[in-house]
Design a protein around this ligand. Structure first.
Ligand code: 8YV
Length: 321
């Protein structure tokens, strides 16, 4: 009997082709609407493996109710939605897709930085509102990135690509705060390791590229924004839970910081009446970090390969441990 795999959404055709060619019996949620958790638990009862995404909350309750699953392969690099310890306890293997969206996400972080520094989203809106009347020498002023200091919080794979882009394009000075030192960045980009408080105090742009964990949850709060330069821009393309959104709104309103660019919000999706969307020095995107053909295909390949290899060899190429 072929193993049965449930695909919680319509993933790229590459994943479907790979799984079909490997002989799996697959079912796809073609509606593309996320399946509510209890319903997904119920559906999974008939399957051996699940290909899922970051929006499925795979907590202890889910895992306890789905103990029969052999493997959950996540179509994402982040796995903060999964209780990995509980999965271990129930013997369910977890896989992800590390590195698949590195360039794509770094590009979004880079783009947001430029959009915010030149108020591009707001400027676009002024035309829509019929407010582009005539040239005003002192209006619409942004700031230049050339020679400014980029502070990377979480200098891993994505943070490194963002730092490289900023160094190459603008000769930015790179400082970073991380759990461990990044020798490559220090060697090739002359990046300097600093304490969290130094990162806050010295950066013109802070770019967040860490995982959401108990330590990073809500780390960028009133206190942190208060320590940043009044002229600084806060960029987050990692997880919305790393910043406190109420505190961010207040920091932008009271001028603690100058601007913000977000590809991730808390909660997601952001509601259309969120005050951030009305602010001049803010750009918000609907979590599109990995939305390129290249990244999504690589995510598809890696997440399908995890399932294929698991049943072939008992080992997976991209495990979450
Ligand atoms: C996904 C992401 O869009 O991979 C990640 O961790 O945040 C994005 O690539 C999202 O999580 C869907 O799984």
């Amino acid at each position: 009997m072929p193993k049965k795999v449930f695909l919680s959404l319509q993933y790229p055709q590459l994943a479907i082709d790979m799984l079909e060619q490997a002989g799996f019996d697959i079912t796809i949620n073609k509606s593309n609407n996320p399946i509510p958790r209890e319903e997904l638990i119920h559906i999974c009862k008939d399957y051996d493996a699940l290909l899922s995404t970051g929006s499925n909350k795979i907590d202890a309750h889910f895992l306890k109710s789905s103990q029969h699953l052999d493997i959950i392969s996540q179509f994402a690099v982040g796995y903060d939605n999964i209780d990995v310890q509980a999965a271990k306890q129930y013997g369910i293997v977890i896989g992800n897709a590390p590195g698949a969206m590195t360039e794509a996400t770094a590009d979004v972080a880079f783009g947001l930085m430029i959009m915010v520094s030149r108020k591009m989203v707001h400027m676009h809106k002024t035309i829509e509102k019929g407010q582009w009347k005539h040239f005003v020498p002192t209006a619409n002023l942004g700031f230049e990135l050339d020679g400014k200091t980029l502070g990377v919080f979480g200098l891993g794979t994505i943070g490194m690509v963002k730092a490289k882009r900023c160094k190459a394009a603008y000769g930015m000075d790179i400082i970073y705060h991380n759990r461990s030192r990044n020798q490559e960045a220090e060697g090739t980009l002359n990046a300097q390791y600093v304490s969290f408080d130094e990162l806050l105090a010295q950066s013109d742009v802070i770019s967040v590229h860490c995982n959401l964990t108990e330590e990073t949850k809500g780390l960028f709060d009133k206190n942190a924004f208060g320590k940043m330069k009044n002229s600084a821009v806060f960029i987050n393309t990692a997880r919305g839970g790393i910043h406190n959104e109420t505190d961010l709104i207040a920091a932008l309103k009271n001028g603690s910081i100058w601007g913000a660019g977000l590809d991730v919000t808390d909660p997601e999706p952001m509601q259309p009446n969120n005050p951030l969307l009305q602010m001049e020095n803010v750009a918000v995107l609907p979590h599109i970090g990995s939305s390129t053909v290249e990244a999504r295909n690589e995510m598809a390949r890696m997440s399908a390969q995890n399932i294929i290899d698991f049943y072939k060899t008992g080992k997976i190429p991209y495990p979450v441990t």
